[in-house]
Design a protein around this ligand. Structure first.
Ligand code: UD1
Length: 362
């Protein structure tokens, strides 16, 4: 029996692997092995997602934890090579653009094990983002490039990737979102966060370029405080961001903002699905807000997910206080209609299962 090894490691990976494991279990004959690198390890960054999404317990927990990019990537490679030598996979599946993604791809490619990259082809063209380096390297090494939208195909073709390796399958994160949306009522959160349907904003921030630079972080906080004068802002705080807030003495500057620990997948979805506005520097949340039809302000200078701007609800506003507030005024004005991009329909995992069945049949 052929073996597929799936790799997860950081918070944004779990919702991309869960629907695929489920679809392969129903629709393919392959043995599946789940590897968790341990890039994220706090309960609310990792295990809460495994539980919420109904993922099986990992077969391997590599326990690599936090470190510099080189050390983290190298530790994942050392441990993952052992897994590949034991399991002898016929295919390694990686998702997204985190360090675990590129580390596992490098190991598999050198062992001549085919790599499938789910969420291939996204490009911000900003190499100061570690994720952009991870995307470029992973795509270069992959044998199956599974893209969420047509811009991904165009980027890959422009880089010389052969067309026969590229498969437009849609956005697998939206499979998880649509599956769990019925459970994501605002009532789940009421005892913890007293907000009213459609009358609050949700903020997430964790990019090093935003939170490791005190001047940038302060400019964003100034805008958030101004927004919080007209609507409550809920801010689940990433561990990196929490640390920087302490370092820069920002904790006292957030009147009107509900700070919270990181939330599990369904709790967080119940906040975003009922919000008036989302402010974020996350990649995935740009897509989730477009799928939900909730206006989103992206606190970055660029995006690797342009369909969220051309088709969806996203505005790229940067990190200047005034630009964020101008974006806010546009976002709360009556909006032109937006739509969910093609193939963001909850059926992406099944399309990937078909691609894998064809690939492994030969
Ligand atoms: C990583 C990904 C990023 C993704 C993000 C989602 C890379 C290069 N970056 O960034 O693309 O958007 O995850 O969260 O792979 N920490 C904890 N507990 C944890 C995890 C992290 O306390 O469970 C703290 C540690 O101090 C760590 C810091 O957060 O040093 C940053 O974690 P790291 O995984 O290095 O990067 P993220 O910023 O989370």
């Amino acid at each position: 029996m052929k073996t597929i090894v799936h790799v997860v490691g950081a918070r944004p990976n779990y919702m991309k692997i869960a629907p695929l494991i489920e679809s392969l279990r129903r629709g393919s004959p392959f043995r599946q092995v789940l590897v968790n690198t341990g890039q994220h390890y706090d309960d609310m960054m990792s295990r809460a997602f495994v539980r919420d999404l109904g993922l099986p317990s990992p077969d391997y927990d590599l326990g690599v934890g936090s470190a510099s990019h080189a050390i983290q990537t190298a530790n994942i490679m050392i441990e993952f090579e052992r897994v590949c030598q034991t399991e002898r996979p016929d295919l390694v599946v990686v998702v997204g653009d985190v360090n675990s993604t590129v580390a596992a791809s490098l190991v598999a490619a050198k062992l001549l094990v085919p790599v499938a990259h789910v969420e291939a082809g996204l490009r911000s063209r900003d190499r100061t983002m570690p994720e952009e380096i991870n995307r470029i390297v992973t795509d270069r090494l992959s044998d199956l490039l599974l893209t969420p939208s047509l811009d991904g195909n165009a980027n890959l073709l422009a880089e010389g990737i052969p067309a026969e390796k590229i498969h437009l399958v849609g956005n697998i994160m939206i499979d998880s979102l649509l599956r769990h949306l019925p459970a994501a009522s605002l009532d789940r959160m009421r005892d913890r966060i007293p907000v009213e349907e459609g009358r609050y904003a949700v903020l997430t921030l964790h990019r090093p370029s935003n939170v490791d630079d005190a001047a940038v972080f302060r400019r964003i906080i100034a805008a958030v405080r101004a927004i919080a004068e007209s609507m409550p802002v809920v801010f689940p705080v990433h561990p990196r961001t929490r640390q920087r807030m302490r370092d820069f003495g920002l904790n006292g500057e957030l009147d009107g903002v509900f700070l919270h620990e990181p939330l599990g997948y369904i709790d967080f979805l119940s906040l975003t699905a009922h919000a008036r506005l989302i402010l974020t520097d996350s990649g995935g949340l740009q897509e989730e807000s477009t799928a939900l039809g909730i206006p989103c302000l992206t606190l970055r200078e660029n995006t690797e997910r342009p369909v969220t701007v051309t088709h969806g609800t996203n505005q790229i506003v940067g990190t200047e206080t005034e630009a964020i507030l101008a974006g806010y005024r546009r976002a709360v004005a009556p909006a032109a209609s937006t739509r969910r991009p093609d193939l963001w329909d909850g059926k992406t995992a099944d399309r990937i299962t078909h691609v894998f069945c064809d690939f492994l049949a030969t």
